[in-house]
Each structure stands twice: as C-alpha cells, then as structure tokens.
Design a protein around this ligand. Sequence first.
Ligand SMILES: Nc1ncnc2c1ncn2[C@@H]1O[C@H](COP(=O)(O)OP(=O)(O)OP(=O)(O)O)[C@@H](O)[C@H]1O
Ligand SMILES: [Mg+2]
Length: 264
Amino acid sequence: MSALKIKGLSLVRADGVTLVDNVDLALAPGETLGIVGESGSGKSLTLRAILGILPAGITATGEIACTARTAMVFQEPATALNPTMRAGDLVARVWRRHHPGRSKADALTAATELFEQVGIDRAADRLRAWPHELSGGMRQRVMIAAALAAEPEVLLCDEPTTALDVRVQAQILDLLRDLVARRSMAMIFVSHDLAVVASVSERLLVMRRGEVVETGVLTEVLAAPAHEYTAELLAANLGRRLKSESRESRESRESSESLGSVTR
Ligand SMILES: Nc1ncnc2c1ncn2[C@@H]1O[C@H](COP(=O)(O)OP(=O)(O)OP(=O)(O)O)[C@@H](O)[C@H]1O
Ligand SMILES: [Mg+2]
C-alpha cells in the first residue's frame, strides 16, 4: 500500500526540453523519503507535479496516484507568507478551509494549539503578529503550522531550512522529525544538502538533471553508494564537515548537523 505512487513522470517545457525524465517514486504511509540533488535537478518541479501546481507551460506525462491528503512547506517563509495577514489568521484560514462550517473562534483555538505543537511560545500573543515581526525560524514554524492545519497524511518539504542559520535549521529539523513521528505522517523532504536530507529520511532518492540516479534505504545508500554522483555528494559533505570541524569550536560543532549522527 502506497500513500503516493509515481510512475514514469516526465515534465516537458513548451519548447520540447525535458526537465524531469521518467521518474518513479513510491511512498508508504508514515515513511520519510529524502530527495537530494544539485540545483536544477528537478526536485521542486517533482513536488509541484505531486501537488498539481506546475508552472504554466510545463506538461506532465506519466502517472501520479495519490490517495493521501498532502500539504507543502516552502523554502522561503518570508515570501511564502502573506505580509498583510497576521500569523494566526493565516493558520486559522487554512484550518477553516479543511473544517467547513466551523466558527472563526474554533479556528483561532485550533491555530493556538498548532502554534504550541510547532514550538511557538506565547502562542496566544504570537497569533496576532505580522510576518515581518517574526524571526526566520518563527516564520518557518508558522508555515509548518499552516501546513499541519490541513491535517496532511503526506507533508512535502521543499528546502524548508535552507534560508535559516545552522542552529535554527537544526531546531526545525528536530521539530519535523518529532511531528512526523507523533502524527504518523509520511514526508518527502527535498534539499540540495545531503547532510540535511539524511538527518530526516529513512529512504533516499538522488536526482541529477531530471533523472533519478539512485534510490534506496538511506543507511545502505550512504554506506555503499551505487552511483558515482551519490559518492561525489557524500565526499563533498564529508569534506565540508571536516573543514567546519577544523574551524568551529567543539561546542558549536555539537549543535550543527552531521552525517555521523544519522549513519550510526
Ligand atoms: N516555470 C518554469 N519554466 C521553465 N523551466 C523551469 C520552470 N521552473 C523550473 N524550470 C527548470 O526546470 C529545471 C528543474 O527545476 P527545479 O526548480 O525543479 O530544480 P530544483 O532541483 O528544485 O533546483 P534548486 O535546488 O535550485 O531549487 C531547471 O532546469 C529549471 O530551470
Ligand atoms: Mg527547488
């Protein structure tokens, strides 16, 4: 049983250029899948195809079978949030869309609970905050609360921590791990950063130039990558980690993400 199954998905631009080529993907209920690949490899377009929000001029062929409710968390909360809507109203509005007939007061109560679940303290006060009054991390928590208001069975995350500094990034990754476990949600987590993807995924799918080059159980792929490109990503990650270790103090190293903690 899959919550989501994609078979032979190809995405083609109006001028005939293939952007995503024959992608297969399956996601079981409650499973976490990481998609990693360099910029332009087709990660975001694949997520958009799943949600049915492809940009104009891009044609999809193949099959997408999705029986689950899905919601998406986008990369850049500063632009994804409506600047003229208070944080609580945004979450309440999504909640009401999924709970037709319920009152505005019920929606604000639900938004308060969702704020608490995503670790926003003083939730009742923060409901009235404008997006520009919140830090980047807080804004991303609001985006996650808005996605949860749709009660998704599959959460799609497109580089949700890329715009954040390492310490806040680690907090948001912790939150996502915790939410996925508590709610038994499935998740697809997309990033160009293998260490980040590895820290939240059970299975890994590696994309390059629109194609899937490798897929498998995370620990197995990391232990023995079958494709040269995966090996390169892994080597680049280890190299970066070594560099940062020689630079950072032990204390800050322990709070930053590391491949070591997920491959044990
Ligand atoms: N609206 C669009 N119209 C035409 N081409 C597009 C459009 N959006 C994306 N593309 C092209 O499709 C390819 C895949 O883009 P996509 O955004 O899926 O990459 P990505 O893997 O998410 O990259 P990044 O890591 O930079 O976010 C790229 O070559 C990109 O230029
Ligand atoms: Mg992208």
